[in-house]
Design a protein around this ligand. Structure first.
Ligand code: 13P
Length: 340
């Protein structure tokens, strides 16, 4: 399998800059389909579905066999379970690569309590380097590492950010050493009743620390992608910000903290509705002006939730679910160009 897939990438290699260019080609972005075992259980539960490897596979197959997705998806992030499953005798990574979509994978070990139970730090898998080598052989060409940062008046703590972001930098170093583009994702969570101003303050701080650490750790900033949150008021604040405000604060935050040599920034949807995430992305791109990076999407829920609800675990719903999925992809692709 490894040999077969590597032929798809011309003489065994897809240099990291080419990976980034393919992922962020005109109108394109990323589908995050890398829900961990726990997260997919959470997504299935409201529909009365019980997650099993077989049902997870059917669901991912429904999404990824949708006709036309290769015109909008430059990359798909998989979870380890899916990367080892197959469609018609081809592994998911092979299948995606054949359709011109770069396969990527989540490699962090999920979250665990840090110093008490409020803050949750990203776990380092014991065998990270061996896993990265295996993933490269399987045809995966980019990797994702997520940190989750909760906001209150007193959190996040400096000690937490120091350790959590050090782990993210170690991951980025290891991924580049294995020729796979790291996607660093310090997700500032929507949970809580904080204001937009507090969110901007924390996101600016987190990104500044992260990029200082990446630079001093020798990570090549031209060979990574930043996956980040839009700057929003907390979900429990009862405040909904208009796209124009979200866009101007988000762009200000990024301009104040992300070096210009970073080639691309992709947004997560973070619990916004599909329409909110799409409209906010559109406004961000419209307002981008001279921002030096490419801006695009790496949504999970905002791309999947409508299709998941229609599919509801039933084979007879696959075609309808795929239609709604590709319609949402079309809207998000327009938003990625600021042309909604
Ligand atoms: P959402 O778009 O659902 O926030 O997911 C993005 C993601 O990959 C979280 O790690």
């Amino acid at each position: 399998m490894g040999i077969h897939i590597n032929i798809l990438y011309t003489n065994n290699v897809l240099p990291m800059q080419d990976t980034i260019q393919k992922i962020l080609a005109e109108g394109k972005g990323i589908l995050a389909a890398d829900e961990s075992t726990k997260t997919i259980e959470k997504r299935f539960a409201p529909l009365g579905l019980t997650s099993t490897p077989e049902l997870n596979q059917k669901y991912r197959e429904m999404l990824l066999t949708t006709p036309g997705i290769e015109q909008i998806l430059g990359g798909v992030i998989l979870f380890d379970e899916t990367a080892h499953q197959s469609i018609d005798g081809k592994s998911f990574p092979e299948y995606l690569a054949e359709r011109g979509i770069v396969p990527g994978i989540k490699v962090d070990g999920g979250l665990e309590n840090f110093d008490g139970s409020f803050e949750q730090i990203t776990k380092v898998p014991a065998d990270l380097d061996a896993k990265l080598k295996e993933y490269y052989q399987m045809g995966l060409r980019f990797t994702k590492w997520r940190a989750a940062i909760k906001i209150t008046d007193i959190f996040p703590t400096d000690a937490f950010l120091e350790e959590d972001l050090n782990r993210m930098v170690d991951f980025a170093t290891a991924s580049q050493a294995n020729q796979m583009v790291p996607v660093v994702e310090p997700e500032v969570l929507l949970d809580g009743n904080h204001t937009t101003t507090r969110c901007e303050e924390i996101e600016t701080k987190v990104l500044k620390i992260l990029f200082e650490k990446l630079k001093s750790g020798g990570v090549d900033l031209t060979k990574l992608l930043l996956k980040t949150s839009m700057v929003l008021p907390g979900e429990a604040s009862g405040v909904k910000a208009e796209p124009l405000e979200v866009a101007s604060v988000t762009l200000r935050t990024l301009k104040n903290s992300v070096p210009p040599e970073v080639p691309g920034i992709v947004f997560l949807s973070g619990g916004q509705t599909s329409d909110e995430a799409t409209n906010n992305l559109d406004e961000i791109v419209k307002l981008k002006n001279d921002a030096p990076w490419q801006l695009s999407f790496s949504f999970a829920r905002a791309l999947q939730s409508e299709a998941l609800e229609i599919w509801a675990g039933k084979d007879e719903n696959v075609v309808t679910a795929q239609k709604i999925f590709v319609t949402r992809l079309g809207l998000v692709s327009k938003a990625r160009n600021g042309q909604l």
